[in-house]
Write a protein that binds this ligand. Structure first.
Ligand SMILES: [Zn+2]
Length: 97
């Protein structure tokens, strides 16, 4: 896993901010009574500032996976200073080591 120190010294800044945004997406989907089995587009939580990949997960899946990891990213994307803990179709799970 390559570690790219960022200029501001916060390697998880984008992943953390994106995780917060995804939390709001999930909250909004719940408020609008989305079918919990229907896929919702979440934002990839990798460290690449220009990444605009979407990770499609149902609310049920999102809630379950969220508990199992720190970051949810598109397959093949990387989170600096974190390790892949699980590889699934359509989403990779990372944990800060
Ligand atoms: Zn990404």
């Amino acid at each position: 896993m390559s570690v790219k120190p960022t200029a501001d010294g916060y390697p998880h800044l984008r992943p953390e901010l994106t995780r917060l945004r995804n939390g709001r997406i999930a909250q909004a989907a719940r408020q609008h009574r989305f079918d919990p089995a229907v896929a919702v587009p979440f934002i990839c939580e990798c460290s690449e500032e220009r990444c605009d990949e979407l990770v499609r997960l149902s609310l049920v899946e999102y809630t379950r996976l969220r508990r199992d990891c720190d970051f949810l990213v598109a397959p093949g994307h990387e989170v600096d200073d974190a390790t892949v803990t699980r590889v699934k179709d359509g989403v990779w799970l990372y944990r800060v080591s």
